[in-house]
Structures are given as structure tokens and as C-alpha cells.
Design a binder for this molecule. Structure first.
Ligand SMILES: Nc1nc2c(ncn2[C@@H]2O[C@H](COP(=O)(O)OP(=O)(O)O)[C@@H](O)[C@H]2O)c(=O)[nH]1
Ligand SMILES: [Mg+2]
Ligand SMILES: [Zn+2]
Length: 302
């Protein structure tokens, strides 16, 4: 039989099979794809199972459509699988309470794009209306709509906005990300009567240091609609990216980089660099370029 992994602790798993969740264990060694991962099975995996003595045993993993990973620690070459088979991501941000910096949003967008995961930005708490907050909200919306992203104003306290999100996620597997306090649990609870997350709590163990083992959790909204609760992609590995590929994931750089003199230009100090030219003309925002430099620093040389 076949199922979808909805939770993993590393030693046992919850698997969604035909409308219900069962506990399962791994049967011996599992053949995995060609990735140096510390965990063979992750949330979102489609797995094949046997039942033996009333116990569910996972005997194999279907090839993954995609998979987000993070480095298991800074020095190691091994990766931890966080979640797989993702159709899209909802990035929840707020102009205040908490303030979401653009640097965080950019990094998320670029990382997701490197994984070929489309992102919808939800600017939440639109019911709050202090002038300062509204100014930053307008700036966020203008910036990301201007860059061509799907970006929507929302209040998760509004029923019609929740219905809009329900339509967005129907028949898909959706990762929901965002800093603590932006409203992820509020959203999950409103989406589905079966979900009961604590509101106003710092969830899971994601931000408690690099040695904590962390796993995403998947919720079944209806039999072909799943949401996965993960943290920001902050320390998710940009595993497959080389330095000279990074700018391809910044739409405003991608649009001009074929005019750079060198085709492996990384837009630092190369002569006749089209990205630098657009930056100097003000067509590429300085903040976006600075975020680009920060991310570039972390990538391996091609
Ligand atoms: N004013 C307002 N508050 C919200 C909205 N969505 C969530 N909140 C509040 O924001 C706080 C944090 O929400 P929570 O769902 O726990 O955020 P999480 O940490 O991302 O899971 C709670 O007090 C929620 O009631 C919204 O649209 N408007
Ligand atoms: Mg929460
Ligand atoms: Zn260049």
C-alpha cells in the first residue's frame, strides 16, 4: 500500500493512508535518492508500506518531485531533509507585530525559487492601520508586486480572506512559512476544523540553535490538500546553487544579465556589468543588491 508521511520524529513516522493517519516504522534499510541526507524519509514523502503483525512498515520511498533540505551543521557535507513534494509556498509577513524585514523576504523568495517552488506572499494583519505600519505595508506590496510576485493583503481574522486562502491551497501541498507571530497558526486553524494549533506560541524547536533536530509537520486539510508548517527558509541550504547562478533568481537581475560582458559575471567588479549599470541608474534597488551580496557570500565558488 501507499501513503504520505505527515510527521517524522526520526525513529517513527505518521503516515496518511486512505483518509486516516497510522504510526509506522522503517523496515531495515531504505533505498534513497542520491543525496547525502541524515534522514532517509521526510514529511511529504510518498511511501510504500507493508503490514506485519499489525505494524505498518515503510519499505520504500517514491522518487521526490522536490525536496527542501538544510545543512545538518555548518561544517558537515550532510543534509537534513525537511519536506518534499511541495507545490507552492505561502510566505506570511507583517509590516509590524512583528516587523518582517525585506532581507528576510528576499532570501526566502530566492531560496524557494532555487527549489522551483512558487511563492505567494501574504501580507497579514491588514486590519491594523497605524500610519507608520501602513506606509511599510504599502512599500512591501509595491516592491513585490513590482517584481512580479503574487502578493496579497490579508487579515486572517476575516472569513472572506480565509476563503481566498482555502481556494489557493485546494488540491495542493503548500508550505506555510514566516517569522514567529505573523499568524501562521491562526491561518492553519481557520483553514481547517481539524487543525488545532496553539496561537501566540513559539512553535516547534526551530530557532533554538543548530544542534536541535527539527522536523516539519504536515496537516491534512482534505484528502488531496495538505499544508506543511516549516520555519523560514533562513538556514535552508542553497545546496545546488553556484555563485554565478544566484542572480538568475532575482527577476530584476535576470532580466538584464545577458547584457553583462562576461557570461559568468557575478556582478561584483567585472567590467561592463549590466546589473551594476542598472543599480547605478536606480533600476535595481540597493537593498535587493545588498541582499544579493549577503547571499553570494554564503555560496561555494562555481
Ligand atoms: N490584528 C491581527 N492579529 C492577528 C492576525 N492574524 C493573527 N493575529 C494575531 O497574531 C498573534 C500571533 O499569531 P499566531 O497565529 O500564533 O502566529 P505564528 O507564530 O505565526 O503561528 C496572535 O495574537 C494572533 O491572534 C490578523 O490578521 N490581524
Ligand atoms: Mg504558530
Ligand atoms: Zn554582471
Amino acid at each position: 500500500m501507499k501513503g504520505i508521511v505527515s510527521k517524522s520524529t526520526g525513529s517513527w513516522y505518521k503516515v496518511y493512508i486512505d483518509g486516516r493517519e497510522v504510526d509506522a516504522r522503517l523496515r531495515g534499510k531504505i533505498r534513497t535518492q542520491n543525496l547525502k541526507s541524515t534522514n532517509p524519509v521526510t514529511v511529504g514523502d510518498v511511501v510504500f508500506l507493508d503490514v506485519q503483525d499489525e505494524e505498518y512498515l515503510i519499505k520504500g520511498v517514491e522518487d521526490r518531485k522536490n525536496c527542501i533540505v538544510r545543512k545538518s551543521n555548518k561544517l558537515s557535507k550532510q543534509y537534513q531533509l525537511i519536506a518534499s513534494n511541495i507545490d507552492q509556498a505561502l510566505l506570511v509577513v507583517t509590516p509590524a507585530y512583528p516587523y518582517t524585514p525585506m532581507g528576510f523576504i528576499d532570501r526566502y523568495l530566492i531560496t524557494a525559487s532555487a527549489y522551483h517552488i512558487p511563492v505567494i506572499i501574504l501580507i497579514n494583519k491588514s486590519d491594523l492601520n497605524e500610519p507608520k505600519l501602513s506606509a511599510y505595508r504599502d512599500e512591501l506590496q509595491a516592491t513585490y508586486l513590482g517584481l512580479g510576485y503574487d502578493c496579497r493583503l490579508m487579515s486572517f481574522l476575516s472569513e472572506s480572506d480565509i476563503e481566498e486562502v482555502q481556494k489557493l491551497i485546494q488540491s495542493k501541498t503548500t508550505v506555510i512559512s514566516g517569522n514567529s507571530g505573523v499568524g501562521k497558526s491562526t491561518l492553519a486553524n481557520a483553514i481547517s476544523a481539524g487543525i488545532d494549533q496553539k496561537i501566540g506560541e513559539i512553535s516547534s524547536s526551530y530557532d533554538k540553535g543548530q544542534h536541535t533536530t527539527t522536523f516539519a509537520q504536515m496537516f491534512v486539510v482534505n484528502p488531496d490538500t495538505f499544508i506543511i508548517d516549516t520555519p523560514g527558509l533562513k538556514d535552508f541550504g542553497l545546496v545546488h546553487l553556484k555563485k554565478n547562478q544566484l542572480s538568475h533568481y532575482f527577476p530584476e537581475m535576470k532580466a538584464v544579465l545577458e547584457n553583462c560582458k562576461f557570461n559568468n559575471c557575478i556582478h561584483l567588479e567585472e567590467p561592463e556589468c549590466a546589473v551594476i549599470k542598472e543599480l547605478e541608474k536606480g533600476n535595481i534597488a540597493e537593498s535587493r543588491y545588498l541582499n544579493y551580496l549577503n547571499m553570494l557570500d554564503e555560496l561555494d565558488q562555481a
